[in-house]
Design a protein around this ligand. Structure first.
Ligand SMILES: Nc1nc2c(c(=O)[nH]1)N[C@H]1C(S)=C(S)[C@@H](COP(=O)(O)O)O[C@H]1N2
Ligand SMILES: [Mo]
Length: 406
């Protein structure tokens, strides 16, 4: 789909942004499709926004849409119309003119730049990276004790093929000055209240220049969907989605550590080995959230699935990490007492979802606790128990799916 279509569908989005069918009646009263996340108070509406399939609605203004988990079983690359959407403030752009769009590079640079989309696509060398985008708060709804914030299931993540220009090349063209410490990134969206802070993020200059961070203009072979950041977005492989600034319009090279609200106090994690605290303990010293933890999921079986007790059954899913590369995935049908090694699917790159499959013959009839555990090349192993932190970021634990063998 051409993302520009968004503007031709103004009425649809206007209705959607107003909160579904109208502000008079909740949309479930009008027969909206519903789904249940596997958590207390997990009932959610499914609504199709422009360019999207029916998605789990967290908020409709701004749109915050979670991918129904069953979609992850269909393919390793998450299609654009199934990709989750997250925004912080209601002032999101509704029309963008690709002809007049400019990406501005300023701050401590010798040559400030204003780059058109056409120049971005034709005057720089392009690169392609398959990478997972995952929200810091993915799976927050499973935190125990529960925490404030969007009560997400496991669907605030997706894996896409990104094409764009390495940020390094753009920065080199602007010639960062001596003393450059960080680079800040702003998009077209604006706070709707004067008391809110504009969504601006920053990366250390060395990270910004690492060659993996890029300004993408293509997602899965087509333009970036409007709600995912049309026409360009920052891709920060292996890092949480909060850094993946959408509708990217201003890049500044700065001599200080950027201290805007969305870097401090927002999006910070305890500065210790587990990035965690004991619930109720005093808050720890914090650092900005950064790389993904290692995770894996079963996608083809869900709680309440039945499997065949008399023959081998297929289990299948995905694993990913911050880019060290998945080394192996282990599978258990007895709640983690015994493990078997799964087969890994095609390697699409170290930042991508990695498919895994295995067959299992149930040891007994009745309930089985299926578990899946990933290991990476940096020696990271998924923990058997989940840790806790107040903002509910970086959820990670060996997942359990409860099925019945009949
Ligand atoms: N301009 C802008 N970019 C943004 C945000 C935002 O609110 N505004 N939210 C960030 C967060 S927290 C996430 S998780 C990702 C989500 O990307 P997606 O909506 O394309 O899935 O966008 C990031 N980029
Ligand atoms: Mo996020």
């Amino acid at each position: 789909m051409n993302s520009g279509n968004f503007t031709n569908r103004r009425k649809v989005i206007a209705a959607a942004l107003a909160g579904g069918a109208s502000s008079l009646l909740p949309s479930w009263a009008l027969g909206a499709e519903m789904t249940n996340l596997p958590m207390a108070f997990g009932e959610r509406e499914l609504i199709a926004f422009p360019g999207k399939k029916p998605m789990i609605v967290l908020t409709s203004r701004p749109p915050q849409l979670e991918t129904p988990f069953k979609y992850f079983d269909n393919q390793i690359i998450t299609p654009n119309d199934e990709f989750f959407v997250r925004y912080h403030m209601a002032g999101i752009p509704t029309t963008i003119n690709p002809e007049t769009y400019r990406l501005k590079i300023g701050g401590n640079v010798a040559k400030p730049l204003e780059i058109s989309l056409n120049d971005l696509k034709t005057k720089f060398t392009s690169q392609r990276i398959v990478a997972v985008n995952q929200c810091s708060g993915n799976s927050r709804g499973f935190f125990e004790p529960r925490v404030n914030g969007g009560q997400l299931g496991n669907g605030a993540m997706g894996n896409a093929v990104w094409v764009g220009v390495p940020l390094k090349e753009i920065l080199k063209a602007a010639v960062p000055g001596k003393g450059a410490k960080q680079v800040s990134f702003n998009g077209l969206d604006e706070p709707s209240l004067p008391s809110d802070s504009d969504f601006i993020k920053s990366l250390d200059i060395d990270h910004a220049m690492d060659g993996d961070v890029m300004v993408a203009y293509e997602m899965n072979g087509t333009g970036i969907p409007f709600l995912n950041g049309y026409p360009i977005k920052l891709i920060v492989p292996g890092y949480y989605g909060t850094y993946w600034v959408k509708h990217l319009s201003q890049i500044n090279v700065i001599d200080t550590e950027f201290s805007g609200f969305w870097m401090n106090p927002a999006y910070r994690i305890p500065d210790n080995d587990c990035n965690c605290i004991v619930a109720g303990a005093p808050p720890a010293k914090t650092i900005p959230i950064n790389q993904f933890t290692i995770r894996s999921f079963i996608t083809n079986l869900t709680d309440n699935s039945t499997v065949n007790a008399d023959k081998p059954n297929l289990a299948r899913g995905i694993a990913f990490d911050a880019g060290y590369g998945i080394k192996k995935v282990m599978f258990s049908q007895d709640n983690g007492q015994n493990w078997q090694e799964a087969r890994l699917g095609k390697d699409l790159g170290r930042f991508s979802f990695r498919e895994w499959t295995t067959e299992f013959r149930p040891l007994k009839k009745g309930p089985l606790d299926l578990r899946v555990r990933a290991f990476n090349h940096a020696g990271q192993i998924q923990p058997m128990t989940a840790s806790w932190m107040p903002p509910g970021y970086m959820r990670n634990v060996v997942e359990t799916v409860k099925v019945t063998a009949v």
